[in-house]
Ligand binder design. Structure first.
Ligand code: SF4
Length: 343
């Protein structure tokens, strides 16, 4: 098991089994999540024997970053990791008032959204909670700034790796660790209904984002396989029924803007209707780079789309597409690297 993915309760059990004093569990947790040490050898207030056991009983980060690319245009950076012969990527997104890290939850993705490079890569399975947490700590080390926001929007579908995702989010939120607020941790699903239902049932406190990307089911089916398995009408029913259990602003629909495909007047009207009905805000994401025959709309179209949503009474955020010069879109860089690599 990866040491970064061990919960406080699991450390207590481990320490109990080792016959050590209970307070050692808290010390270990603080070293890992408070100071983000890379090895047990750095935990200087622990007995030597315990440090040795920790080194052999757990996996530790081995500075596996294979590549770090920093955008010259907007300070976005991509960090590639290799976990157990699986290549994944993490994106660092600096904004004026926050530093966000976009983490991956799987190597590749078993879904196949037509606008996304991750879906075209060979799927190599889920990442563990520790591997997700490691992306945050290592990116922070590589960039030299403190992370303030986490988005689960990199490679893979979070709700196909539910346990590891939720566990990592709680570790990153822990007051003895990075202490990232629940409103600053966003889990983004393509619409995997069993995961959404479980998120509500467990009353998870994190922000929930749902990739809608089209306001009409038949259009959505063209670009997102998940629509065939979990139709959006079913999903909207569940969201409507559970809306009251979510806080204000806890729910967002992601909408990737693809030129000539989902940017028409009827798209705006239907999207506004859905968002108002559910009480969700909209995050507009212009397609990052030209991909698979699809293009981002020009700036005038993007602005009009945003203004018209606002005029219809919907809160819409018009996000810039960062890191265009470093293949900023999900999966693009890891995909290129994997093609060149003997892995
Ligand atoms: S957009 Fe998300 S769900 Fe769709 S293929 Fe890419 S990583 Fe998977």
């Amino acid at each position: 098991m990866h040491a970064y993915g061990v919960s406080p309760e699991e450390w207590k059990d481990y320490i109990f089994q080792k016959g050590e004093n209970a307070y050692r569990a808290e010390q270990i947790f603080s070293w890992i999540h408070g100071r983000q040490v890379l090895s047990a050898a750095q935990m200087l207030n622990l007995p030597q024997t315990l440090r040795e056991s920790l080194s052999t009983d757990f996996e530790w980060p081995s500075e596996q970053q294979v590549q770090t690319l920093q955008s010259r245009r907007d300070a976005t950076a991509k960090v590639l990791f290799e976990f157990d012969r699986r290549v994944i990527e993490t994106v660092w997104l600096p904004y004026e008032n926050r530093q966000s890290v976009c983490v991956s939850v799987q190597s590749g993705c078993s879904l196949n959204c037509t606008f996304c490079a991750s879906g075209k890569m060979e799927f190599k399975g889920n990442l563990s909670a520790g591997e997700i947490v490691e992306q945050v700590y290592s990116s922070q080390n590589a960039i030299g700034k403190k992370v303030t926001n986490i988005v689960y929007m990199g490679m893979g579908e979070p709700f196909y790796n539910y346990d590891a995702v939720i566990k990592s989010a709680h570790l990153l939120h822990h007051p003895k660790g990075l202490n990232i607020g629940v409103r600053k941790i966003t889990i983004s699903t393509s619409g995997v209904l069993p995961g959404i239902i479980r998120f509500f049932e467990e009353e998870q406190p994190f922000q929930l984002a749902i990739s809608l990307h089209a306001a009409f089911p038949e259009k959505r089916r063209e670009i997102m396989d998940v629509e065939k398995k979990f139709p959006m009408q079913e999903m909207l029913k569940v969201l409507r029924a559970n809306r009251k259990s979510l806080r204000n602003n806890q729910l967002t629909f992601e909408y990737v803007l693809i030129d000539g495909f989902n940017t028409g007047k009827e798209d705006i009207r239907e999207l506004a209707k859905i968002a108002k009905d559910i009480g969700a805000k909209i995050n507009l994401i212009p397609l990052n780079t030209e991909y698979n025959g699809m293009r981002r709309p020009d700036q005038a179209t993007i602005n009009q789309f945003w203004e018209q949503l606002n005029a219809l009474g919907v809160v819409a955020v018009n996000r810039k597409s960062p890191g265009e010069d470093i293949a900023g879109a999900c999966g693009q860089l890891a995909g290129k690297w994997a093609q060149k690599s003997p892995l």
